[in-house]
Write a protein that binds this ligand. Structure first.
Ligand code: PRX
Length: 654
C-alpha cells in the first residue's frame, strides 16, 4: 500500500449499510454477537455441533491448561473428509456440483459431491496402499487442479498430515519443506499451465530428492502438463495407474479432534520458514463458520469462487475445507487472471454465474490499472458478495471493486487473518455491518482482539498499536512443527504475563472512532508482496548464498501494484568486483533469488553498495534503507556507527 494512503485510511468516513433486502435474506443475524458475548467458548461449542458431524461427540469445548497450545473439543472424534464429502451425499446432495474446474488451457471438469467423494475414497485407498497412515506426512506440490483438492482430502481422510507446497516455490524450497516435515510421500504433477505455458513440477521434485537422503519413499505423479519427465523406477508412480484402479469403497474412520490435519510453511522473521501446524475439529469449525457467515453462503444457490492457490492458507481454508464442509458449489481455476486474454476472470464469473467472489487487493489494483472497459465486456450481474484478503485494501481499490465488479451494490468483506490463525478473525458480516472502505472492521463473533501499546496496555482509539488476539480461538495454530520454543518465542513472549496468554500477530492496527479496526501492515521483518508473505531474512540468506555476495540487506518498499516490493542492497566481495558489470551482477542475483526461493521472491530492485547502515552493535538499520527505497528523506541516523554511510548510499542512487 502506498504510504500516503495511510492518512486517507485514518479519515475514511464513507459508510455503506446493507440493503434491506440483503439483510432480510442474510444467513447471519445479530444474535451471533450476543450469543458469543454471553459465553464465547459455549458459542464455539454450539458452532462445532451445528456445523459438523461428530463420530463421537465432545464433552469439553476448550482445554487451555497446556497454554499456549490449545485443545478444542479434544474428547470428540471426527473425520474431516467425511465432513467435507460423505455426509453431504448421505443428506441427499450427491448431485450438487462441488467443483467446476477450469484449466488455464481451456480444459474443464466438474465434480458433483458424489463424484468427488468417490474420487477421494479411491485416492485414500491408493495412498494407504503406499503405507501412509495416521500421523504420516505427505507433501503435495500440484497446480490448482481437482487432484490437489482430492489429494488433500484423501490424506485427511486417513488421519495423515499434508504439507502443501505452492507450485511456484523452487526445488530448494520444496526440499527444505519435505525434509523439515519428514514426508513419506510426495504428490505432484508432471507440470501445470501458467501464462500459456506448461511449467514443470516433477523436475523440481526430482531436484529436491536428488541427494538421496530424503525420507520420501514414493512420488505419485498426476498427468497434467503432458511434458516429458524423468522416472525413478520403484519410487515414482503415476496417479492414473494407482488411483484409478483403487477401490471406490472406503470407510472414513473418526480421529480425535486434535489429530494434526496439516502443516503449512510460512515466512517469519528468520531465514527458515516455519511449519505452522493445524489440527482437525477446531480448525474445521472456524473455517466452516466463517465461510458461511462472512460470505453469507446459501449452499443451494450460490456459486462461490476464491481465486487463491491451494498452496496458501486461503486455499486451504476457503477453497478446500470451509466451502466443502458447507456443501458449497465452487469454481476452481488453474491459471493466471490474464491468460489468454485480460478478461479471463470475468469470463469465468459470467460462465459459471459466480455469486460470491473472494480475491486479493493486488489483483484488484492490477485490474484497476488495466481499466474498467475489460470487466465491462462481461455479465457480472450474478455477483452478490465480494471479499478481499491478504493485505490492506486501499479505499480507492475498495470503491472500484464495489462499483465496477459489484455493480455499485455488492457488499465487500475485507477479511483479516493469517496462516497462523487458520480462519478469518476480523471481518464485517455483510448482512449486519455498515461497511467502511479500507477497514477490516470488527472481530467475528467469538474472537477477542485488542490493540496494545508497546508496554502492553490497551491503547485508546484512535491511537495506533499492535494487534493481539486475547483469547484462544478454535482454528489457532497448535505449534511450529518440530520447534515448540520458537512457537512460544514468536507469538506469545511479547505480551503474555502472569499466566495470561496473548497472541502477538505481528501487525500494526488502530481503532477508529466507530470502533472499526484499520490494519496498518506488518511491524516486523515480514514483507507482504502481492498478498504473499516473504521474510527479509530469508531473501538475505538466499543472496549471501551466492559466491559473489559479501553482505545483503532486504527491505519491503511501498509499491502501488503489489503493496510492497522486495528491494535489496548488496555488497559484492572485493575479489568479485571485476567479474561482472553492475547490470550483469544485478540480473544474476535476481535470478539466483528466484532459483533459491521462487519467482515470487525475486527482488524488484537490487542496489550494489559498498557499505550498509549499521548500529554500533552491528544491527542493520533497515528503516533507513526503506527510506531510500521509497524515495523519502532519510530519517534519524544518529544511532549509526558511521553516519556518513547513508550519504554515500543515497548519493550513489541519485
Ligand atoms: O499483515 C497481515 C496481512 O497478511 C498477513 C498474513 O499473511 P499470510 O499468513 O500469508 O495470510 C494471508 C491470507 C490470510 C497478516 O499478518 N493481511 C492479511 N489479510 C489482511 C492483511 N492485512 C490487512 N488487511 C487484511 N484483510
Amino acid at each position: 500500500m502506498p504510504s500516503n494512503s495511510i492518512d486517507s485510511l485514518l479519515h475514511e468516513d464513507r459508510q455503506f449499510p446493507p440493503s434491506p433486502e440483503f439483510a432480510a435474506n442474510s444467513i447471519a443475524d445479530p444474535s451471533l454477537y450476543e450469543r458469543a458475548a454471553a459465553s464465547r467458548v459455549e458459542f464455539w461449542a454450539d458452532q462445532a455441533r451445528e456445523l459438523l458431524d461428530w463420530e463421537t461427540p465432545f464433552t469439553t469445548a476448550l482445554d487451555w491448561s497446556g497454554a499456549p497450545v490449545a485443545k478444542w473439543f479434544a474428547d470428540g472424534r471426527l473425520n474431516v473428509a467425511y465432513n467435507c464429502l460423505d455426509r453431504h451425499v448421505l443428506a441427499g446432495h450427491g448431485e450438487r456440483i462441488a467443483l467446476h474446474w477450469e484449466g488455464e488451457n481451456g480444459d474443464t471438469a466438474s465434480y458433483s459431491y458424489a463424484e468427488l467423494t468417490r474420487a477421494v475414497k479411491q485416492a485414500a485407498n491408493a495412498i494407504a496402499a503406499l503405507g501412509v497412515g495416521q500421523g504420516d506426512r505427505v507433501a503435495i506440490y500440484l497446480p490448482v487442479i481437482p487432484e490437489a483438492v482430492i489429494a488433500m482430502l484423501a490424506v485427511a481422510r486417513l488421519g495423515a498430515v499434508h504439507s502443501v507446497v505452492f507450485g511456484g516455490f523452487s526445488s530448494e524450497s520444496l526440499r527444505s519443506r519435505i525434509d523439515d516435515a519428514g514426508a513419506k510421500l510426495v504428490i505432484t504433477a508432471d507440470g501445470g499451465w501458467r501464462k500459456g505455458k506448461v511449467f514443470p513440477l516433477k523436475d523440481a521434485v526430482d531436484g529436491a530428492l536428488a541427494n538421496g537422503t530424503s525420507t520420501v519413499e514414493h512420488v505419485l505423479v498426476v498427468r497434467r502438463g503432458h511434458n516429458e519427465v524423468q522416472w525413478t523406477v520403484g519410487r515414482d508412480l503415476w496417479w492414473h495407474d494407482e488411483v484409478a484402479t483403487a477401490s471406490t469403497e472406503h470407510e472414513a474412520e473418526g480421529f480425535e479432534a486434535e489429530n494434526p490435519l496439516f502443516i503449512l510453511y510460512t515466512s517469519g522473521t528468520t531465514g527458515k520458514p516455519k511449519g505452522i501446524l493445524h489440527t482437525s475439529g477446531g480448525y474445521l469449525t472456524q473455517v466452516a463458520f466463517t465461510h458461511r457467515n462472512v460470505f453469507d453462503l446459501h449452499p443451494e444457490t450460490d456459486v462461490y469462487w476464491c481465486t487463491a492457490d491451494v498452496g496458501w492458507i486461503t486455499g486451504h481454508s476457503y477453497v478446500v475445507y470451509g466451502p466443502l464442509a458447507n456443501g458449497a458449489t465452487q469454481v476452481l481455476y488453474e491459471g493466471t487472471p490474464d491468460t489468454p486474454h485480460p478478461g479471463r476472470w470475468w469470463e469465468i464469473i459470467q460462465k459459471y454465474g459466480v455469486t460470491i467472489f473472494y480475491t486479493a487487493p493486488t489483483a484488484i489494483r492490477s485490474f484497476m490499472k488495466a481499466g474498467r472497459q475489460i470487466p465491462a465486456q462481461f455479465d457480472l450481474s450474478s455477483l452478490r458478495v465480494l471479499g478481499s484478503v491478504g493485505e490492506p485494501i486501499n479505499p480507492e481499490a475498495w470503491i472500484w471493486y464495489r462499483d465496477v465488479i459489484g455493480a455499485g451494490t455488492a457488499p465487500i468483506v475485507d477479511t483479516w487473518w493469517q496462516t497462523e490463525t487458520g480462519g478469518i478473525m476480523i471481518s464485517a458480516l455483510p448482512g449486519i455491518t455498515n461497511l467502511k472502505p479500507g477497514s477490516a472492521q470488527v472481530p467475528i463473533p467469538g474472537i477477542k482482539i485488542d490493540i496494545l501499546g508497546e508496554d502492553g496496555t490497551r491503547v485508546d482509539p484512535p491511537a495506533g498499536g499492535l494487534l493481539v488476539v486475547s483469547e484462544p480461538w478454535p482454528s489457532m495454530l497448535r505449534g511450529i512443527w518440530g520447534d515448540p520454543e520458537r512457537f512460544v518465542e514468536t507469538y506469545w513472549s511479547r505480551f503474555s504475563k502472569d499466566g495470561v496468554w496473548k497472541y502477538f500477530a505481528g501487525d500494526g492496527a488502530h481503532v477508529d472512532s466507530d470502533g472499526d479496526i484499520v490494519l496498518l501492515g506488518r511491524v516486523d521483518d515480514v514483507m507482504n508482496v502481492s498478498g504473499h508473505r516473504l521474510s527479509t531474512a530469508e531473501i538475505e540468506s538466499a543472496l549471501v548464498s551466492n559466491p559473489m555476495v559479501a553482505e545483503a540487506a532486504v527491505v519491503g518498499a511501498a509499491d502501488e501494484a503489489t503493496g510492497q516490493a522486495v528491494v535489496a542492497f548488496v555488497i559484492i566481495k572485493t575479489n568479485q568486483k571485476d567479474a561482472h558489470t553492475t547490470d550483469e551482477a544485478v540480473a544474476l542475483l535476481k535470478a539466483h533469488v528466484a532459483q533459491q526461493i521462487g519467482a515470487i521472491a525475486r527482488p524488484r530492485q537490487i542496489f550494489i553498495v559498498s557499505e550498509l547502515p549499521k548500529t554500533r552493535s552491528g544491527k542493520i538499520m533497515r528503516r533507513l534503507l526503506q527510506d531510500v527505497a521509497e524515495g523519502r528523506e532519510i530519517g534519524d541516523t544518529t544511532t549509526l556507527a558511521d553516519s556518513s554511510v547513508m550519504t554515500v548510499i543515497s548519493d550513489k542512487l541519485k
